[in-house]
Design a protein around this ligand. Structure first.
Ligand SMILES: [Zn+2]
Ligand SMILES: [Zn+2]
Length: 310
């Protein structure tokens, strides 16, 4: 499986310096997830090469306009392009009222069903699952209800170490080993310990999206070991008081989260309109966490697949 992340926008409150508000597409295997949908997102989806009617899942972190003002326009275009298959939207519950109201007064009836999953109404953090991946939501510390999203590849079947297949092992037991289970006898004693006979073909890949949040160590356990972490960095350290007041983070704080979570790589974004140049934010992050980069609109980031040795 590959995860391919396309940045459609990485600015905060307003567009500035040719940078647009927040939106991303994550291609996870055959599934496209649109993550947040700032104003004008549909134009940038078109530029990205992703077909809008190949997007079946839209995740909205919270209801500040820079994260969803592009949604009604996008739904209208999907409708005009003849979409008839269902669209799934994962969002705080008031978003449905906002969308319904706009279509009510334009007398628009979408010719496709919209299924909502309300992130503020479900206690189950698992919001999506297919054969290959899971998506979990987790709470962020922002001025209004806001969640991040964690995308994880499911672990593949384990492989039996060549030459180590125990003689006379039955096929059901062989399958058990591949599932990662130990083989026990009738008395429940372990005869074949899984770790001695199998190895994992590769490490499952993962991506965490941390939308608007102030510095919050409670997410560290949740995103521990993630391959790629996107974390907002609205401000530089010179504005750390302002960051705390407005429930945002600095580049340094984003990097501290990445470091404590042992992330593989950090992408920072959600830049304040006060920064024409982003290099100082990147430098600040790299001082704490060297494998940091700027999320740049139009760029694509592929998640590396690491092979684990036997
Ligand atoms: Zn925002
Ligand atoms: Zn916000």
């Amino acid at each position: 499986l590959t995860f391919r992340l396309k940045i459609l926008g990485a600015n905060s409150a307003a567009p500035a310096f040719n940078r647009n508000q927040t939106s991303q597409v994550l291609q996870a295997g055959s599934v496209n997830f649109l993550i947040d949908c700032g104003e004008g997102t549909q134009l940038r989806i078109a530029k990205s090469g992703v077909k809008i009617n190949k997007i079946d899942h839209i995740l909205i972190s919270h209801l500040h306009g820079d994260h969803f003002f592009g949604l009604v326009g996008l739904l209208s275009t999907m409708h005009l392009f003849g979409r008839d298959k269902a669209l799934n939207i994962y969002c705080p519950s008031p978003l449905q009222e906002i969308i319904d109201l706009q279509f009510k007064y334009s007398d628009t009836r979408l010719n496709f069903p919209v299924n909502y999953l309300f992130t503020d109404k479900t206690n189950d953090d698992l919001i999506f699952e297919n054969k290959e991946i899971t998506v979990n939501k987790f709470l962020l510390d922002h001025s209004i209800f806001c969640t991040g999203f964690l995308f994880r590849e499911k672990p593949g079947k384990r492989k039996i170490i060549p030459g180590k297949i125990p003689a006379g092992l039955s096929i059901p037991d062989m399958l058990k080993l591949k599932e990662g289970l130990d083989i026990t006898n009738d008395e429940g004693e372990v005869i074949y310990k899984n770790s001695e006979y199998t190895f994992s073909p590769k490490k499952p890949i993962s991506y965490a999206y941390c939308s608007d949040t102030k510095y919050d160590e409670s997410i560290i356990d949740i995103i521990q070991g993630v391959d790629l972490l996107y974390h907002e960095a609205t401000f530089g350290n010179d504005m750390s008081d302002r960051a705390t007041e407005t429930f945002h983070s600095t580049a340094q704080q984003a990097a501290e989260i990445a470091k404590k979570a042992n992330a593989g790589k950090l992408l920072i974004g959600h830049y304040s309109v006060r920064y024409r140049e982003l290099a100082p934010l990147l430098e600040e992050a790299r001082n704490i966490f060297p494998n940091s980069d700027l999320a740049i609109e139009g760029e694509t980031y592929d998640l590396e697949i690491k092979t684990v040795d036997a």
